[in-house]
Design a protein around this ligand. Structure first.
Ligand SMILES: NC(=O)c1ccc[n+]([C@@H]2O[C@H](COP(=O)([O-])OP(=O)(O)OC[C@H]3O[C@@H](n4cnc5c(N)ncnc54)[C@H](O)[C@@H]3O)[C@@H](O)[C@H]2O)c1
Length: 367
């Protein structure tokens, strides 16, 4: 039947879902709508070969639905590779809720969202992302078991940021070992851009090891607190990328590694927590390689958070969480070797190793 809601002439020329640029053979995309609570959400399940698709829910005021769809497709794909490279038996998924988390998030909306998650019978497991708190996950937990990141009192694994920071620290040490021949960071000059939940915990590891840490943030109060607590120097310049440094640690926003910054960067290593650091994965990955800058892939070294929530599902404790997170050191070294042997960027090497793991599992399942 031809819909009378929208005339076929008015349809966009680009196919809305399967034809999206960010579409990458996602298994399932679920649009969730509830008039009473105002919920408008999209759940993206990219790949479930290694296990249920786990990934957080982001609540954001997107400019339009295309942006929301693009985000959920891109983020869910990223989760597939993050879990695969980390050796977790999880697939990749993510959800977005369209709206302002400060004014439009209500308990009823969160519970309704939980009902949609539940309707997928565990193919998708949710967690926190931007705009979500532990309390929101607790509300989702009231209606479905397919949620992680809940309160510790309800069996949750607690704040993932210190674990994420520890993984980034491990990845940074491995990158230093590759680039400088030693993983000791003492006396290395390290710029940490963004000293929020993860950045601060990273600064603690680095200053404990005797590194020369310089911190940058747009939040003056945080700069003062972190500087006082750990004895880190505050950056007062206007162009961080031009500064002399051994290591650049982006821990704020994505896409800071781009044409403009790479042309100025004097750092020999890039290793930080931010997601999607390379503005263009292929192009900027190649530019870094050409310049001899050792880039520790973000989705590998910031996987401590997902290791932490995976523990909730598997029921293992802090010791195993730390062991798995520490292993980021070995995997990062493996990636550098793989990239050298295969003449590829570290980003591509990490992607290829992740893809191999998925393909192997697929073959085993089809035997
Ligand atoms: N929290 C986790 O466990 C986790 C896991 C994986 C990835 N990440 C990623 O790591 C990054 C940091 O996460 P977080 O939880 O610490 O976030 P956060 O919001 O606590 O901290 C971000 C910090 O960056 C600062 N900032 C924002 N714009 C800036 C700019 N232009 N220049 C300098 N500083 C700026 C903010 O003021 C804030 O202090 C994010 O990109 C996040 O997606 C976090």
């Amino acid at each position: 039947m031809v819909s009378d809601v929208i005339h076929t002439n008015e349809l966009h020329k680009v196919d809305p879902v399967f034809g999206q640029l960010s579409f990458d053979n996602h298994e399932q995309v679920v649009f969730c709508n509830d008039k009473d609570t105002g919920l408008k959400a999209i759940i993206g399940i990219h790949n479930t070969v290694l296990g249920p698709a786990l990934g957080g829910t982001r609540m954001w005021q997107y400019n339009n639905e295309w942006e929301a769809l693009n985000d959920v497709l891109r983020l869910s794909r990223g989760m597939t590779f993050k879990s695969a490279i980390t050796g977790l038996n999880l697939g990749g998924g993510k959800a977005v809720i369209i709206g302002d988390a400060k004014t439009q998030k209500t308990p009823a909306l969160m519970k309704k969202f939980g009902e949609f998650v539940h309707s997928l019978s565990g193919r998708y497991i949710t967690a926190e992302d931007i705009g979500m708190e532990t309390a929101d996950m607790d509300l989702v937990r009231d209606v479905t078991p397919y949620v992680t990141g809940i309160s510790e009192s309800r069996g949750g694994a607690g704040n993932p940021s210190p674990i994420t920071a520890y993984g980034v620290f491990m990845g940074m040490k491995a990158a230093a070992k590759y680039k400088f021949g030693t993983d000791v960071l003492e006396d290395k000059t390290i710029y940490v851009q963004g000293i929020g939940h993860v950045g601060e915990a990273l600064v603690e590891h680095l200053t404990n090891e005797g590194a020369h840490v310089i911190i940058a943030d747009i939040n003056e109060e945080r700069l003062q607190t972190v500087s006082k607590t750990y004895g880190a120097e505050i950056y007062r310049g206007s162009d961080i990328y031009s500064e002399n440094m051994d290591i650049y640690a982006p821990c704020a926003l994505g896409a800071t590694v781009n044409d403009a910054s790479i042309s100025k960067l004097k750092a020999k290593v890039i290793s930080g927590a931010a997601n999607n650091q390379l503005a263009d994965e292929k192009r900027h990955g190649a530019m870094l390689r050409e310049k001899g800058i050792a880039y520790a892939p973000d989705f590998l070294i910031n996987a401590g958070g997902i290791i932490n929530v995976y523990a909730e599902l598997e029921g293992y404790g802090k010791t195993e969480i730390m062991r798995k997170t520490e292993n980021i050191y070995n995997t990062t070294l493996e990636i550098f070797t793989h990239s050298e042997v295969n003449n590829s960027t570290t980003h591509n090497s990490a992607l290829n190793i992740a893809l191999d793991r998925i393909e192997t599992r697929k073959k085993e399942a089809n035997k």
